[in-house]
Design a protein around this ligand. Structure first.
Ligand code: ZN
Length: 489
């Protein structure tokens, strides 16, 4: 038997044993992102090349197929010449989860590390036979291809020295102070390390093992810049109402004796049944907003944390029981958007995913736009999962309108793209892209017609039966503010 002594270093690629969804062994190619030694045993942090980053994990050496080891190519491991890390597209996922995130909010804020990967969605388009016909009066412009195809983008890290203090003081909040032995500010990612390649590796690795939030234990999917000394803990404890992070159960219990919150701060602007929405001003409730961002980052790959929460409003959806209003998900929104953005980042927490809450969040964001008398759109680029959620929401919303149209004096019903947009507050471009995605638009004898096949109608009716929970506009108590006239945020 021949023994090989090869050192596996960061950047090496080789097949790694993992279990697939059917719990069968498979050996996908993976990249070694980090190596550590625990009690004399080496552990390797691997990223499976064609899988989402959330599946990255620490593995033992016996799971590595050393026979097929590839050493890193020089340029693969080191940063590019302008100091920015190299990009790596992740594969689009098949499942629909309510995660959506964007980059624009990041570029305006002083952020450190930003890794943005936008996976495009492809869908096979099948011809649809003519059935119902609706004529849009406006012509249908073609969409820029960039909306369909994902592009990997990088944003430039902020200048060093422009660090913001997490706790600005003078607020009425329970500040994240040092009484629990936890530093006052979350770590500015990468500010403690000198070279960007290290930065990149650090932020590519999940750093929090587990978060306890109320009765849930959450397994983070991605890096989040919680203070470094907390990343070694087996469990990070969060107060489920103010989202303050604590290093032990004892600290949490002590905190709970002082923390009187049983709901998010801010105003409750919607309640129906057990579902409520709270509007939180990122300037007035800075600690809460920052803690929310830290938690959200654990499940969002496409954005990084913003420390400057002032320009944003946060809409937190909760479910009520006798213990209080429990956070289910949220979306953030710029107070002033020149580009009609009505959502910046949106997330349903994992324990609540695949239960229709994501669509409820999206629906709520459009109800706000309706009250504002505007059309809105989520910030681009959409994440792969976000695009799926939005596609589904847009499709159902538009089909609902088309199917409600009544024939006009025996004539085929007519509606314009503009009218659909006005009724739904969905921005015109998104209406058009959805009609194209559903393959409803046909050009027939000099005009555009929409054709709804039986398949489409049946599929829609089945989907709507599953949407038992809807936003009821009568339960929304919301007065939009004109932030531009306020002089300050
Ligand atoms: Zn608390």
């Amino acid at each position: 038997m021949t023994m090989f002594f090869v050192e596996i270093v960061e950047g090496c690629r080789l097949p790694v044993l993992r279990k697939n969804q059917e719990h069968e062994d498979e050996w996908p190619l993976a990249e070694i992102l980090s190596v550590k030694e625990v009690s004399g045993r080496k552990l390797f942090y691997v990223h499976y090349i064609d899988f989402n980053k959330r599946l990255d994990e620490w593995v033992t050496a016996d799971r590595l197929d050393m026979k097929k080891l590839q050493f890193p190519k020089k340029e693969a491991k080191t940063p590019t010449k302008n100091g920015l890390p190299t990009s790596r597209p992740s594969s689009p996922e098949r499942e629909v989860v309510s995660v959506y995130c964007t980059t624009k909010c990041l570029s305006q804020l002083n952020l450190r590390i930003i890794l943005v990967e936008n996976a495009g969605q492809k869908r096979k388009v099948e011809p649809v036979p003519l059935a119902t016909q609706v004529s849009p009066a406006t012509p249908v412009p073609s969409l820029p291809s960039s909306q369909q195809n994902g592009t990997a983008r990088r944003l430039i890290p902020a200048q060093p020295g422009r660090k913001r203090k997490a706790n600005c003081g003078g607020t009425d909040e329970d500040s994240q102070d040092s009484s629990d032995g936890i530093p006052s500010a979350p770590r500015m990612t990468g500010s403690l390390v000198s070279d960007r390649s290290h930065d990149d590796i650090v932020t590519r690795m999940k750093n929090i093992e587990c978060i306890e939030l109320g009765r849930h234990r959450l397994k983070p999917w991605y890096f989040s810049p919680y203070p470094q000394e907390l990343t070694a803990l087996p469990i990070l404890y969060l107060c489920e109402f103010c989202l303050k992070y604590l290093k032990s159960l004892k600290c949490l219990q002590r905190h709970l004796t002082k923390c009187n919150l049983r709901h998010p701060p801010g105003n409750e602007i919607y309640r129906k049944g057990t579902i409520s929405f709270f509007e939180i001003d990122g300037r007035k409730n800075k600690n809460y907003s920052q803690n929310l961002c830290l938690l959200a980052k654990c499940f969002l790959d496409h954005k990084t944390l913003y420390y400057d929460t002032d320009p944003f409003l946060f809409y937190v959806m909760t479910e009520y029981d006798s213990k209080g209003f429990h956070i289910v998900g949220y979306f953030s929104k710029e107070k002033e958007s020149t580009e009609d953005y009505n959502v910046a980042c949106i997330l349903t927490l994992p324990p609540y995913q695949r239960r229709g809450y994501g669509k409820l969040l999206i629906e709520f964001s459009y109800e706000l736009s309706k009250v504002e008398g505007k059309t809105g759109t989520p910030e681009k680029p959409l994440s792969d999962l976000g695009l799926l959620s939005y596609r589904s929401y847009w499709s159902q919303t538009i089909l609902e309108i088309l199917m409600d149209l009544k024939p006009d004096n025996g004539e085929r019903p007519q509606i314009t793209i503009n009218e659909i947009s006005e009724i739904t507050s969905v921005k015109k471009e998104d209406v058009i892209s959805t009609l194209q995605y559903l393959n409803l638009i046909n050009y027939y004898k000099g005009q555009y017609i929409l054709t709804l096949s039986e398949d489409i109608v049946d599929g829609h009716e089945r989907a709507m039966q599953k949407r038992h929970s809807r936003i009821d506009p009568k339960c929304l108590h919301f007065t939009p503010k004109d932030w531009s006239k306020r002089g300050k945020w």
